[in-house]
Design a binder for this molecule. Structure first.
Ligand SMILES: C[S@@+](CC[C@H](N)C(=O)[O-])C[C@H]1O[C@@H](n2cnc3c(N)ncnc32)[C@H](O)[C@@H]1O
Length: 273
């Protein structure tokens, strides 16, 4: 087994304002590029599963198989277990693990999946090598990550430019790469994967409900999450600057013409048989 290595700080933490976003996620809205490759009997590893809503969907899609959700943060796994129990799923379990050093033998899983994780790790190429190692020959390695610099919105609210600049600085100071989406293909090739299908996928937030939800969770996250603490503790922003960014989010959310698109890179890689 490879030795564990110190990884990046997880920028967001697991405050309620962060989990409000994660628990909205489904296999359909976050892993559509993978779904056509799933078969009912498959054994799946979901890395960085967070509160486990995507994990639970994957378990429903492999009713004769099994899904293991792993995350480096033990606390959020309690919520993931509760999600699975609440949905009556018997073919899913959870464990603490670091993607850089997975405690599974070679060739264990049919599918190894990571959604919004590689942008937060210290060594994404090593992580992908490890994902490849535990995948069976002929199996799939699937990853999807946002690309912050490629996010776009309307109307122009100057404080949101400050948000993007601040977020990117805080994420990089923690050892992550917020513009991961565009790099996934390169990271996969550097990890030795040769059969790589690279695509892009989006989330769009524009209805009154979507704008209220998306702007509200970022307005709150900017003031009270681990990300907010890292921003001030690291000298990236003052509390007044955070309040201004938070208010910019609320201003955007109130705009009836508001439209926000989140671009993600996606890779679906087949391990050579
Ligand atoms: C943005 S959340 C994504 C959660 C879930 N996949 C989703 O999309 O809803 C990233 C998750 O990856 C976990 N994580 C960060 N670094 C990790 C690492 N090195 N190994 C395993 N999990 C990690 C974090 O604790 C967090 O729960």
């Amino acid at each position: 087994m490879p030795e564990a290595q110190e990884t990046a700080v997880y920028t967001h933490g697991h405050h309620e304002s962060v989990l409000r976003s994660h628990t909205w996620r489904t296999a359909a809205n976050s892993a559509a590029y993978l779904l056509g490759s799933l078969k009912p009997h498959m054994k799946v590893l979901d890395i960085g599963c967070g509160p486990g809503t995507i994990t639970a969907d994957l378990a429903e899609l492999v009713p004769d198989g099994h899904v293991t959700g792993v995350d480096r943060a033990p606390g959020v796994l309690e919520q993931a277990r509760a999600t699975a129990v609440g949905r009556g799923l018997a073919n899913v379990d959870f464990a603490v693990a670091d993607v850089h050093a997975l405690d599974y033998p070679d060739d264990t899983f049919c599918v190894v999946h990571a959604h919004q994780v590689l942008q937060h790790v210290g060594d994404p190429v090593r992580a992908l090598r490890e994902m490849r190692r535990v995948t069976r020959p002929g199996g799939f390695i699937a990853a999807r990550d946002a690309d912050y610099a490629a996010m776009t919105w309307y109307p122009s609210v100057p404080g949101l430019d400050d948000w993007l600049d601040l977020y990117e600085r805080v994420a990089r100071a923690g050892g992550g790469e917020p513009d991961a989406g565009r790099r996934l293909k390169a990271w996969a090739r550097a990890a030795g994967l040769t059969d790589v299908t690279a695509t892009a996928g989006t989330w769009t937030f524009t209805t009154p409900e979507e704008r209220a939800w998306w702007s509200g969770l970022w307005a709150d996250r900017t003031l009270v999450s681990a990300y907010a603490e890292r921003a001030t503790a690291g000298g990236h922003a003052t509390p007044d600057q955070l309040r201004a960014v938070s208010e910019a989010w609320r201003e955007w959310g109130r705009h009836q013409d508001g439209w926000f698109a989140v671009l993600h890179g996606e890779i679906l890689c087949r391990k050579e048989a």
